[in-house]
Design a protein around this ligand. Structure first.
Ligand SMILES: C[C@H](O)[C@@H](O)[C@@H](O)[C@H](O)C(=O)O
Ligand SMILES: [Mg+2]
Length: 441
């Protein structure tokens, strides 16, 4: 039972110095410090429950998102949770269509990342109050209630609310069996943790060997900085995993359109399943041209981790610009906007393979893709969720991977809560970790 009035919202700038080990490094982000604008909301319900939310950043700029969260808090504090969830669409619009704040968006950039962090905290609190993991809260909702959380503005030319309702109604068929299936077998995953661009070959080989021993069969390798280096690393990786395992490539927006086609054609011998983010995430027609050019090679295009909002995804789907759609739990407007993208992907029959390369992203997006399988797509074909094995020790309810699959979380909430000690130590710049690092000459 949803209860309480939101009495407080606090936001922290939490950064982990992953750049020191080149963890997460790629052709455009050589020194990522996996970070979060971390939101905590409290209510007067006297049940001791708080809502925890985050959005993912790379270090610098987190302070900007923190400011944006504080700017949005006027719409959150003193609100009844019941008022929010009974008209979640309306609440989403309050945050995204504030007459002044939308000017630094709309629904993109720092203000949309901040919206994601705030809404993720609200969803975490709602799921906690209902005593369910978020995926189960969504699975147990009837289609009408799910639709009431979605803002269909700007996408009805691709997906009407009536079509979305029909998709969810059809998703009721076989739902119980699919829930049993995913509880028993987990949700299939792939790993990106072996081949960040800044890793030396020795580290790549060791990590790949360990991953193979742990049963991983699907791998993503970073490319895009230097063609000869890409050829060498892809050849090394393909030789290690053999011809039958799945290899994906990720260029993180490095190339021009023509350059992407030429470059990936030279990597085709390694049989990649997809090239991820071959060019700017804003270039819908560019992605369509790359998709068309690479199709004869059997190489798909994947993108989504930096696609601002549902409108970009709508156009990517309408333009047949991608073969794999990568939602992100913290880039889009939280569960609300991710629901609309999952439904559009189902309508256009494009598999969703969520992005999770960032602190907390695995913890959150597992809930969304498990819901997608049970209630929307109903399929695991060509679907897998990214996994990176960094920083899970800082979460109260960390992801669990078994046999290269996500074990569905059972704890109530959105798995967003970090350990207090971690937040304290890694708060920027006053946390002890940063005080030590910043005092070094
Ligand atoms: C800077 C980050 O680590 C990215 O490289 C990462 O999210 C990557 O794009 C991925 O798909 O995991
Ligand atoms: Mg990526």
């Amino acid at each position: 039972m949803v209860r309480g009035r939101i009495t407080g919202l606090a936001v922290s700038d939490v950064r982990f110095p992953t750049s020191l080990g080149h963890h997460g490094s790629d052709a455009m982000h050589p020194d990522p410090d996996y970070s979060a604008a971390y939101v905590v909301i409290e209510t007067d319900a006297r049940d001791g429950l708080k809502g925890y939310g985050l959005t993912f950043t790379l270090g610098k700029g987190t302070e900007v998102v923190v400011c944006a969260v504080n700017a949005l808090s006027i719409h959150v504090v003193n609100k009844d949770l019941e008022e929010i969830v009974s008209d979640f669409r309306g609440f989403y619009r309050q945050l995204t269509s504030d007459g002044q704040l939308r000017w630094i968006g709309p629904e993109k950039g720092a203000v949309h990342l901040a919206t994601a962090a705030v809404l993720n905290a609200v969803w975490d609190l709602w799921a906690k109050q209902e005593g369910k993991p978020l995926w189960k809260l969504l699975v147990d909702m009837d289609p009408k209630q799910l639709l009431s959380c979605i803002d269909f503005r700007y996408i009805t030319d691709a997906l009407t609310e009536e079509e979305a309702h029909e998709i969810l109604q059809n998703g009721l068929l076989g739902k119980t069996e699919r829930e049993e299936q995913v509880l028993k077998h987990g949700y299939p995953a792939y790993t990106t943790s072996c081949a960040w661009l800044g890793y030396p070959d020795q580290q790549l080989k060791q990590l790949c060997t360990d991953a193979l021993k742990d049963g991983w069969t699907r791998f993503k390798v970073k490319v895009g900085a230097d063609l000869q280096d890409d050829i060498r690393r892809c050849r090394l990786f393909r030789e290690m995993i053999g011809p039958d395992k799945t290899l994906m490539l990720d260029a993180n927006q490095r190339w021009e359109v023509k350059e992407a086609i030429e470059w990936v054609t030279k990597l085709a011998e390694f049989k990649p399943l997809w090239i991820e983010e071959p060019t700017s995430p804003d270039d819908i027609l560019g992605h369509a041209a790359i998709s068309k050019a690479l199709a004869p090679l059997g190489i798909g295009v994947a993108t989504g981790e930096q696609c601002h909002n549902r409108v970009i995804f709508k156009q990517l789907l309408q333009a047949k610009a991608l073969s794999y759609l990568q939602i992100d739990s913290c880039r889009l407007g939280s569960v609300n906007e991710n629901l609309s993208v999952l439904l559009m992907a189902k309508k256009f029959q494009i598999p969703v393979c969520p992005h999770a390369g960032g602190v907390g992203l695995c913890e959150l997006v597992q809930h969304l893709i498990i819901f997608d399988y049970i209630s929307v797509s109903g399929s695991l074909e060509n679907r897998m969720c990214e996994y990176v094995d960094h920083l899970h020790e800082h979460f109260k309810y960390p992801v669990v991977i078994q046999k290269a699959s996500y074990v569905p979380p059972q704890d109530a909430g959105y798995s967003t809560e970090m350990k207090e000690d971690s937040v304290r130590k890694f708060q920027f710049p006053q946390g002890e970790i940063w005080q030590k690092l910043l005092s070094k000459p």
